[in-house]
Design a protein around this ligand. Structure first.
Ligand SMILES: Cc1cc2nc3c(=O)[nH]c(=O)nc-3n(C[C@H](O)[C@H](O)[C@H](O)COP(=O)(O)O)c2cc1C
Length: 139
């Protein structure tokens, strides 16, 4: 089982940030070490040191946040094969971002948790609970 989880995310209005914090809670509750960073403060080294990574982005204009997509693209030379990956994000109506990230992580040979996690607008109640569950990294 994964011992260290890196959660890296972008958020415009805080909704994907709420998801990230709920994933963190779930992971800590399951005894997993967590580093959680906004994408602007994250580096490939954060990912390299982890056994599992969860990457979050809201959907804007049918795509992921450019900062997050750029970060994930920048991981192409990091050794990720075999690590556990997860993609998540809040959305309004179409929600492409998490799917895009999930595919990118798979292309790096990661063991990606499916389906990716998308929550409409503000995560509340059951939505927060589903995020906590994801943090436990059970497939
Ligand atoms: C300018 C703009 C464009 C958006 N485009 C999309 C979109 O194409 N598809 C979608 O599902 N949601 C879209 N949304 C909705 C956001 O994904 C949604 O508000 C989400 O909860 C924002 O998450 P955040 O608080 O983490 O930034 C858009 C929102 C804004 C403000």
């Amino acid at each position: 089982m994964a011992k260290k989880l890196a959660i890296i995310y972008g958020t415009g209005f805080g909704n994907t940030g709420i998801m990230a914090k709920a994933i963190e809670e779930g992971a800590r509750g399951a005894g997993i070490d967590v580093i959680i960073k906004k994408v602007e403060e994250a580096s490939p080294a954060d990912v390299e040191k982890a056994d599992a990574i969860a990457i979050g982005s809201p959907t804007y204009k049918g795509a992921g946040m450019p900062t997050v997509i750029k970060f994930v693209e920048g991981l192409s030379k990091t050794l990720l094969k075999g690590k556990v990956g997860a993609a998540f994000g809040s959305y309004g109506w179409s929600g492409e971002a998490a799917g895009v990230i999930s595919r990118m992580l798979k292309s790096y040979g990661m063991d990606v948790i499916e389906p990716d996690l998308r929550i409409k607008r503000i995560p509340e109640g059951e939505g927060v609970e589903v995020c906590r569950e994801l943090g436990k990294l059970r497939k």
